[in-house]
Design a protein around this ligand. Sequence first.
Ligand SMILES: NC(=O)c1ccc[n+]([C@@H]2O[C@H](COP(=O)([O-])OP(=O)(O)OC[C@H]3O[C@@H](n4cnc5c(N)ncnc54)[C@H](O)[C@@H]3O)[C@@H](O)[C@H]2O)c1
Length: 358
Amino acid sequence: MSTQGNTEVKPCLITGGCGFVGRNMTLRQLSMGKEVWVIDDLSTGSDPSEWLPEGYQQQAGQHPSITVFQGPQKLIFLKGDLLRLMAGGLDSDGIQLPKFGDVFHFAAVVGGRATIEGNPMAVAIDLAMDSCMFNWAVRDGNVERMLYPSSSAAYPISMQESEGHVALKESDIEFGGALGQPDMTYGWSKLTGEYLARVAAEHYGLHVACVRPFSGYGEDQDESYPIPAIAARAARKESPITVWGSGLQGRDFVHIQDCIDFMLLVLDKISDGSAANIGSGQLTNFRQVAALFVELAGYETEVKPLVDKPVGVHSRYGDPTFSREVLGWEPKISIREGFARVLAEARKRHGIADEVGA
Ligand SMILES: NC(=O)c1ccc[n+]([C@@H]2O[C@H](COP(=O)([O-])OP(=O)(O)OC[C@H]3O[C@@H](n4cnc5c(N)ncnc54)[C@H](O)[C@@H]3O)[C@@H](O)[C@H]2O)c1
């Protein structure tokens, strides 16, 4: 536990802290001078030794499942299944967690469109993981403040069809009123998670905020997600360049650093379990995404649709009014700048030299 001035600062906990969003939040918290605990089973995430900056030394922890990374700050990594740990495994394993300040609960089975549509029952485990996590969070002062990442997938899919789609606003999900049909088991688990957040706030006084990110992307995202996958195709100058489905389906893309900024803001501003969109309000279809990557990669080609691939809803984009006008946030990183960063990283990943002017 660290101290700042005379005030004791509790460590923060990041579940799923070795995944895409979790890693970026972990690095941000360390850069803010916080001691960070991470719980992750590495089912899709990668070990902190692979992504921590230089200067962190690895040491054994209080338990065989715990590794301490000591550097400018301290990262305590507990490798294990969050579901089992929060459902009694902490006690049976003799693991003691400290009391936490901020808790960011990013552990989940996600896996992109192929998993969401291809293995919906695997994703449904998130229902169990979230309920165990909230049960633990409301007990014994374990947590001061909690951020729950819901998703734009919680919105009714009827509002995202090719005809009549709309910019989705927070009030389109109305607990106690209209909820609609969310997107597969993934959307249902997020909707239920939001409901649990409200129960935790109302019945147990937990300070909790939810966010509904639209399509978060970034340099270190896995290539099972569309932006790094299309970037890799453009880095290799594939011709034609392929996109899943007709390519006319569109999303609202937000760079991960903007997402992290917003999550920190929301945790300060929302405490009653309600949710805020993380979106720009800009709808970009996958043909436009591929065309921009091709332009950034400095070549010309056609975009080829792969119609047998899963595509999800037609048009999903957020209404940014609440985040802009009430919370005072808007994304700082444009799609052009963010995609250029992802392309540069794709070139590095695939050992392709940067081209001058490209
Ligand atoms: N990336 C986005 O744009 C986006 C959009 C909406 C919502 N979200 C939400 O944000 C959260 C994080 O998403 P992500 O993109 O970083 O996903 P990710 O798959 O990269 O990260 C999830 C992490 O959770 C870990 N994990 C999975 N099951 C676990 C278990 N049983 N015990 C311990 N660890 C486990 C994985 O190993 C991985 O490190 C998820 O809840 C996701 O639904 C993300």
